[in-house]
Design a protein around this ligand. Structure first.
Ligand code: SUG
Length: 441
């Protein structure tokens, strides 16, 4: 049974800014307070979607979540007219204004954990929305994400609400989950990556816990022998690999990771994964490990090599595998040489370099910007066409963005009521064009 990975991206919102809110996220910290360019951010995202769609890969689009989230600010005790409230929050706690206006939901790899119908005996296609409870600005995404994913996947996936929050259940969705399968995409093995437990990182809080991974696997009714739990290397977390998809990537029968991605305690589990993969698919898991002398962990994190987006499609009946790398990889001698080698070895049939500067400066590369949803062809056919990428949808979205998004934004601008009302209106226009109801709070 063929399973195809649909890619779900979200349009970057008009309030996109650099708040420095990412816990343990080097790029986010580095660019905190710098002026952002929301229009460029949204167009860069659309350029990537176009590239993916042009490769024949199913691409779906979500609108930005409504920001500022006035409901969130009111729940924190701020009151008065919207205009007064913005001024007060800006004066009293700029960090909370930044959280209420953050467009971090653009990184849809953190939206949910998804397993395919072919992964369980009961043929249950399930996704669990991530609670993102490690960071305040991200924890406010999940209630809206639940509504959006339920609307997009109605009658196709069982879309579950986020796990209850709390330190023990920190969950960041697909950024810490890899689904491995044969070339037809069926019979997936699900790999969960967590960061807590001894030895702990010294500087940063791991964002994903083992307990959360186990709860998701239980809820999705995955067979124990087909679920795997790998511990992130604590040094990787401390160096800024706040998500596993910054140091490892996967697609079908391919697993590529940095030498320091996983803790040594995970070696046995990787072996079990390789053996099980062979038993289930009849062929070996292609595992490639990049050593530190080839690319340091620091350079892996700066270039986001492992956050490249791998997609595949069939051209004239032949499978074609393409990797979309950040331009930072092309500009880095060692990282670029590694990609060239992979292409020479036939790991990839083609490489494209994408400029996602605005997302990269917030700590998110190509793979952060998409949620992979493994679907059978009949399931894919049941998704609403209103949100599927087409030339005309792309043109309309570009027109709206060019007309309504600004090119320079700082936190100060986000205290301006006229700017914020216009941003909410723009969000509603985009949501309507994508066939989603705008939710104004
Ligand atoms: O959670 N950045 C996001 C980046 C998420 C990247 N996702 C994956 N690796 N899958 C984060 O740290 C920065 C927001 C700011 O700085 O304003 C931020 O939230």
């Amino acid at each position: 049974m063929t399973v195809i990975e649909a890619q779900i991206d979200r349009i970057v919102g008009p309030t996109h800014h650099f708040g420095g809110l990412g816990v343990g996220n080097v790029a986010s910290q580095l660019h905190a307070g710098q002026p952002s360019n929301p229009r460029a951010a949204a167009i860069q995202g659309l350029d990537k979607m176009r590239q993916v769609a042009s490769l024949g890969v199913p691409q779906w689009i979500l609108p930005p979540q409504p920001r500022p989230d006035f409901g969130f600010l009111r729940s924190l005790g701020f009151s008065g007219s919207r205009s007064d409230l913005l001024q007060f929050v800006m004066h009293d706690s700029p960090l909370l204004l930044s959280a209420a206006t953050s467009c971090s939901a653009m990184w849809t790899a953190n939206a949910a954990t998804v397993t395919a119908s072919t992964d369980t005996e009961g043929n249950l296609p399930v996704m669990t929305v991530a609670n993102l409870s490690a960071s305040l600005h991200r924890s406010i995404e999940s209630s809206q994400t639940l509504l959006e994913l339920r609307s997009l996947f109605r009658g196709v996936f069982d879309v579950r609400a986020a796990l209850p929050g709390g330190a023990l259940m920190r969950d960041e969705g697909a950024a810490n989950h890899m689904r491995l399968s044969g070339l037809d995409g069926g019979s997936g093995l699900n790999v969960f990556v967590y960061g807590d437990g001894s030895p702990e990182p010294q500087c940063y809080w791991p964002r994903q816990t083992l307990a959360a991974c186990q709860a998701i696997a239980r809820g999705h009714v995955l067979e124990a022998q087909n679920a795997f739990y790998l511990k992130q290397h604590p040094d990787a977390i401390d160096k800024g690999a706040f998500h596993n998809d910054v140091v490892a990537m996967s697609h079908q029968n391919l697993l590529i990771h940095h030498e320091w991605a996983f803790a040594p305690e995970s070696d046995g589990e990787i072996l079990r994964l390789q053996q099980r993969f062979k038993n289930v698919t009849g062929s070996p898991l292609q595992t490639l490990c990049v050593k530190s002398h080839e690319l340091t962990l620091e350079d892996a994190i700066t270039t986001y090599l492992f956050n490249s987006q791998i997609v595949s499609c069939f051209v004239s009946g032949q499978p074609v595998r393409t990797v979309l790398c950040p331009i930072q990889v092309q500009q880095h001698q060692e990282a670029n040489a590694i990609v060239e080698r992979w292409c020479d070895q036939g790991v990839f049939d083609a490489v494209h370099f994408v400029d996602l500067g605005q997302s990269m400066d917030g700590g998110g590369g190509p793979a952060c910007l998409r949620l992979r949803v493994p679907c059978r062809e009949d399931e894919l056919g049941r998704l609403p066409v209103s949100a599927a990428w087409t030339e005309s949808l792309d043109a309309d979205l570009r027109d709206i963005i060019s007309e309504r998004y600004c090119c320079k934004l700082t936190l100060m601008d986000l205290a301006d009521i006229e700017f914020c009302e216009q941003a909410l209106e723009t969000q509603a226009i985009l949501a309507k064009r994508l066939g989603q109801q705008a939710v104004l709070k």
